[in-house]
Design a protein around this ligand. Structure first.
Ligand SMILES: Cc1cc2nc3c(=O)[nH]c(=O)nc-3n(C[C@H](O)[C@H](O)[C@H](O)COP(=O)(O)O)c2cc1C
Length: 219
């Protein structure tokens, strides 16, 4: 079985819903095992209460376990989900990524598939910049980057407001993050999960071969 890990942070639940759809898309491919994990929280309970997210946080924390460094090492693909914070990834995700230096130094994510999905309140509030500024992490880890191709037809709809771009699935959470994730956004997330899983299934068996061949070039 090739392993797809979905790892995310979600304060109000939108990324959580997209993560579930991504997981379903990946699970729909034979021979793929999916796990969904969350990055550790960095905000105090007091701040979370002030942000009006206590209930949803309790739900997420009681159903989704925290990611470990071993989860990353053991996966064949990692799909990262983050809400936009001022056009970039959230601090919780960045703090977690900054804890992965030991993995980088051993080349443990080399040749694994990496992909990103996001959400923002507003249509033009930084979904694409959040993914684009996430990508250097994937490249530094030597990952194979996969987005959401225009093969996903929901990408071009004009009949409703929708997230999703060639860079990855996304949702527009609306004012005060009060809008539900739309069916089209869920479909984009499912598509991305399936696309990552299909690619992962094909390449994961050869990762060690590439790694050894390339490392030997240094000798
Ligand atoms: C500190 C902060 C900064 C944010 N910055 C942006 C932003 O730059 N653009 C935007 O459209 N939404 C912004 N938002 C809204 C979040 O992106 C939105 O709440 C999130 O995408 C909802 O996803 P979630 O339900 O998974 O937490 C911000 C929210 C917070 C708390």
């Amino acid at each position: 079985m090739a392993k797809v890990l979905v790892v995310y942070y979600s304060l109000y639940g939108h990324i959580h819903k997209l993560a579930e759809a991504i997981g379903e898309g990946a699970s729909s491919v034979d021979g793929i095992k999916v796990s969904i994990k969350r990055v550790p929280e960095t905000l105090s309970n007091d701040i979370i209460e002030k942000m009006g997210a206590t209930d949803i946080q309790q739900k997420i924390k009681s159903t989704v376990s925290e990611v470990s460094l071993d989860d990353l090492t053991n996966a064949d693909a990692i799909i990262f989900g983050t809400p936009t914070r001022f056009g970039n990834m959230c601090a919780q995700m960045k703090t977690f990524l900054d804890s992965t230096g030991s993995i980088w130094s051993r080349g443990e994510l080399f040749g694994k598939v990496g992909s990103v999905f996001v959400s923002s309140n507003t249509q033009h509030g930084g979904q694409e910049s959040t993914i684009l500024t996430f990508l250097p992490y994937l490249f530094h880890q030597g990952m194979i980057v996969v987005g959401l191709p225009y093969l996903f037809k929901g990408q071009t709809i004009m009949s409703e407001i929708s997230g999703c771009s060639p860079y990855g699935a996304s949702c527009v959470a609306g004012e005060n993050s009060s809008r539900n994730v739309s069916q089209n956004e869920i479909a984009g997330a499912f598509f991305q999960g399936k696309y990552v899983a299909l690619i992962t299934k094909d390449i994961s068996n050869n990762r060690e071969k590439y790694f050894k061949t390339l490392v030997s070039l240094n000798n």
